[in-house]
Design a protein around this ligand. Structure first.
Ligand SMILES: [Zn+2]
Length: 86
């Protein structure tokens, strides 16, 4: 795995922490923040609804976060982050 450009350019995103999301990792890449997250889907019958979120949650999957017109945007990325794809 090649080195990730560490552009600590104060990406002040203030991603709100939510009770249904456990963040396992966080990386800066090409102006966005990527979080490796396990999530509860919200279905009460699902196996993820009980227990330790970092164990029973879905994933982990990568999500991208960035700001657009002053608003926080997010996007589902998947199992592999963009810096592992090329
Ligand atoms: Zn679930």
């Amino acid at each position: 795995m090649r080195a990730i450009a560490t552009e600590e350019q104060q990406t002040a995103l203030n991603i709100p922490s939510r009770s249904n999301i456990a963040v396992a990792d966080r990386q800066h890449y090409q102006g966005k923040i990527y979080q490796h997250e396990k999530r509860r889907c919200g279905k009460t019958a699902c196996r993820c609804s009980e227990g330790n979120l970092s164990k029973v949650g879905h994933g982990p999957y990568w999500y991208a976060y960035w700001k657009e017109n002053g608003r926080l945007r997010s996007q589902y990325i998947g199992k592999r982050p963009p810096w592992e794809l090329d």
